[in-house]
Design a protein around this ligand. Structure first.
Ligand code: TRP
Length: 447
């Protein structure tokens, strides 16, 4: 018999860790920008519907697989079915987590650089937008500095993960998530008092239903999966550290908090950007060019700037921890290796992968795959292909190939009412696979 698996110690710890995984760059940097570009309030409504109908069910699915199997992604499916046929789902999850880490850690490193720059440049004092653009492009394409910050971020992850599930991941999330929440709340309230902030709310929140098209709906769905950390077994891994509790409540709380924080991020960004007449639709550079431009003009911008980059750094840290843990736990369980050695080996491999991602941003080095930088390629391959594919095969497995009785028992024991199980099964068997397939075909440009 295998030894007792480590468990999260408290309900609050479970929520903090799972919300920590979910709340990340996807919420604070990507979500507001996508909302702004896709019909404001109208997109928000579509997004919430996606979270409620698909995300909520998908979280319950991953969590229940983790809890039932008490194993990480690489072993969970073999433990549930007794054969190896489904191990590929876990293997896909492992590689996806690893590749997401490759580019995500680099952006996380940027947030640390900007946290430091907020102090050293007195919140980018006196810098024009052109200078800020130059600042960002020189920094992000440099060879050494961004990599050093990435390494710092890897070290932070290693420190937390080496302290274990309870004392490391759970404790760290329990401390950081309330801080994150207070900081974002404070920033959202302060943004309200900026001059002309109203225009920002108008841009962010007034629904423009004419912008809603099938492709916008599908991008809302993709974003909800990424934001809720679904499709690669990260929530599954955390689910394997849970034995009790009510799965419906837990999943619901994760969805609610993740969406709330994404929404609050928009309430910080848009009023600020509009207050200072900065262009809001510039995408990836929004956080690293547009916002510093705001901070440089704002009275008290230094505090705002430090808090904002602290916020992104915290959000990125708890998210990278969940990705890291998914990789570490998979290898430890599957090959029965020591956690410390596994952590060291994965960190070394990540040092290599991240160096490729970092270096590929320097155009002079021509590090491209299929015409994309390695950085963009990893983002594309995971977000657009592997994540939805993971969700698709997991729902096919549970809907069609796994014993319905066992699944029913696992979920109802875990607090799911009978009526919800019936609806849930229809979703897992039919709706989820069809919708994900549509998303994938759309993202691949096939329709
Ligand atoms: N959800 C995080 C974000 O919004 C990123 C993330 C963490 C993630 N773990 C994941 C994405 C697992 C997909 C799968 O930034």
């Amino acid at each position: 018999m295998s030894q007792q698996r480590t468990q999260f110690a408290s309900k609050f710890g479970v929520i903090a860790a799972a919300v920590g995984s979910a709340v990340g760059l996807g919420n604070i940097w990507k979500f507001p920008y996508i909302v702004g570009q896709n019909g404001g309030g109208a997109f928000l409504i579509v997004y919430v519907v996606c979270v409620l109908l698909m995300g909520f069910l998908a979280i319950m699915t991953e969590m229940s697989v983790g809890r039932m199997s008490q194993a990480s992604p690489l072993d969970a499916f073999r433990k549930l079915t007794g054969n190896n046929r489904w191990t590929f789902i876990g293997a896909m999850g492992f590689f996806s987590a690893f590749m997401i880490l490759g580019f995500y850690l680099v952006v996380a490193g940027w947030s640390l650089e900007y946290l430091v720059q907020s102090v050293t440049t007195f919140s980018f004092n006196g810098m024009s937008t052109e200078q800020l653009e130059e600042n960002f492009s020189v920094f992000s394409t440099a060879s050494v500095r961004p990599y050093i910050w990435t390494v710092v971020f890897i070290v932070l992850n290693v420190v937390v993960i080496s302290m274990g599930v309870q004392k490391g991941i759970e404790k760290c999330s329990e401390i950081l998530m309330p801080i994150l929440f207070l900081v974002i709340l404070y920033l959202a309230v302060s943004a309200f008092f900026l001059p002309n902030s109203y225009a920002g709310y108008e841009f962010y929140l007034s629904p423009d239903f004419s912008k809603i098209s099938p492709s916008v709906v599908l991008s809302a769905l993709g974003q909800s999966f990424f934001s809720l950390s679904l499709g690669i077994g990260a929530i599954l891994t955390y689910g394997s550290y849970i034995k009790e509790g009510n799965i419906v409540h837990t999943s619901w709380q994760i969805c609610l908090l993740d969406t709330l924080i994404a929404f609050l991020a928009g309430l910080v960004i848009f009023p600020s950007v509009f207050a200072y007449g900065i262009e809001p639709g510039q995408g990836p550079s929004l956080a690293f060019i547009a916002l510093p431009a705001v901070f440089s003009q704002m009275p008290g911008g230094i505090a705002f700037s430090i808090l904002f980059f602290l916020l992104i750094s915290i959000a990125a840290l708890t998210s990278t921890i969940s990705l890291f843990e998914t990789c570490v736990a998979s290898i430890v369980d599957h090959f029965n290796l020591k956690r410390g050695w596994t952590l060291a080996a994965i960190s070394l491999l990540l040092l290599l992968t991240c160096s490729l991602c970092c270096a590929s941003l320097n155009p002079a080095l021509h590090l491209t795959v299929f015409g994309m930088t390695v950085f963009d390629f990893f983002d594309y391959l995971t977000s657009d292909i592997l994540l939805p594919l993971g969700g698709l095969v997991m729902s096919i497995f549970l809907g069609w190939c796994f014993s319905k009785d066992k699944f029913h028992k696992a979920l109802t024991e875990f607090g799911m009412p009978e009526w919800l199980f019936r609806i849930y099964m229809v979703f897992v068997r039919f709706i989820v696979p069809v919708v994900i397939l549509l998303v994938m075909l759309q993202q691949l440009g096939l329709f």
